[in-house]
Design a protein around this ligand. Sequence first.
Ligand SMILES: [Zn+2]
Ligand SMILES: [Zn+2]
Length: 547
Amino acid sequence: MKIEPVAHHSLAETVTAKIAASLLDGSLKAGLQLPPERDLITRLDISRATLREALKALEENKLIESRPGVGWFACAIDEGNMTQARELASIVAPPQNGRPANSEPGTGPRRIPTSPEKPIHIPNLRTDRLGTFEFISWWEKDKVHDARVLVVGAGALGNEVIKNLALMGVGNLFIVDFDNIEAANLSRSVLFRETDNKRSKAEVAAARAKSINPDINVQYLNGDVTAALGLGIIRRMDVIIGCLDNREARLAVNRFCYWMNKPWVDGAIQELLGLARVFVPGQGACYECTLTEQALRDLSLRYSCPLLARANILLGKVPTTPTIASIIGGIQSQEALKLIHSMPVEPGKVIHFNGLNNEMHTTAYVPREDCESHWTYGEIVELPARAERTTLDDLLRIARADLGRDAMIELDQELITALECPTCHTIEAVLRPLSQVTFEAAHCPTCGLLRESTLTHVITGDENFLHRTLASVGIPALHILRANNGEEYRFYELTGDLAEALHFKHFTKTDTADSTQPRGHVHLKGPAPAPAAAVKLKLHGRVKLRN
Ligand SMILES: [Zn+2]
Ligand SMILES: [Zn+2]
């Protein structure tokens, strides 16, 4: 038996080795500038002193050079420094195993595995619109054709993403947006025309995607993702792309995707700055992990006056340009394409792009142990029930049969049961989802003061409105509802809605130009998700995913 000596290396030596390895395998090319020191410190998770020590060693071996006032640059590898580079790199890539050294994620391109079983196929470029993609070694036509992608938001980013997905032949697109087109959108939205004024963004974007590529299937929903999109739709998607402009909607999408165990690609733009990031449940940080304590506090403050919060979101407009939308929307579309191909992505990391100095860098977020989003639904029971026909009482009876008399239903969004004026002492019974009550409507008709709303999100069986349908209390078609008895969770899908809620058949050739209403959909306008006390309880049926 041969005992190998255990090698001990300092952190600085390891960092030196990683950078040397990047030079050797070509992922760090000669003449390229290294990321700024502060980025390297964050990315490699080391101190400034360690980094300096590593850089000094690399400089002494003529592998990098300093240009005062500018930064560090990679030197060309030649006979003069090849031996030193190999020696330094040997820590992370022992030469005896013959594998090329892999650089730190984010510092160089990952090698893309080619699909070994890909049949040789010569496309006819005159007749096959997707023919050129056949020449891409890893492109799998069927995967792209069969993919189901949900695009949330059809603004500047959404337009770019939808255009890209349609061009690439991503076979099934579902587009959600609650907004209508106005003149100011025309400067940033390739899919919109002047004649589209006041039309639904989701509808027009879907129609244009279909005209870009008639071979794809499209569907749209003119509604707010936080309230109007059934979880059963997310459950049946391969990738979700967020093209949103506010935290509330991102937080909602993040939770829905976590619950359904789906990857999502977020993008954000402002002026010439942008970022893109992929979140995969259980792999690194999620969107909620990236929020600071302050941001989370702001969000909960908003929830305390949710009607006002919604009014503010609708007012908030972020200045953007079509150019940064193309860049970030392009990255998002590519990340989605990689997810469709099961290619490696870097979940929980953010790609920052600064158009002012054209700097691009990647940083990893730290997952939060106590993050409330980290839950995934257990087994989902598919009921033949429909949101428009099933009552709260019907669902409660099903839940009680499974979970006993203590079963209760948790709603994802708050239900306003009453509005009370503190001055006039009048109480108006309401029973409408928060998302359907406007800020204006919440004011007292007599004195004009904002009334206090009584909210609930749990149905225990004691309510006097159990005869109401699920749709009437704001539950969207094909939603998945949670019930629990204090010990265990059950999840019920309104699968009876499936055929109408998810069909990808808008703008098919048989459609007339203006048959635009998605039949069977409840049109909701809506705000803040209130994922309730549920996330606090650690009960059976919900699976806690560890990062
Ligand atoms: Zn998280
Ligand atoms: Zn009043």
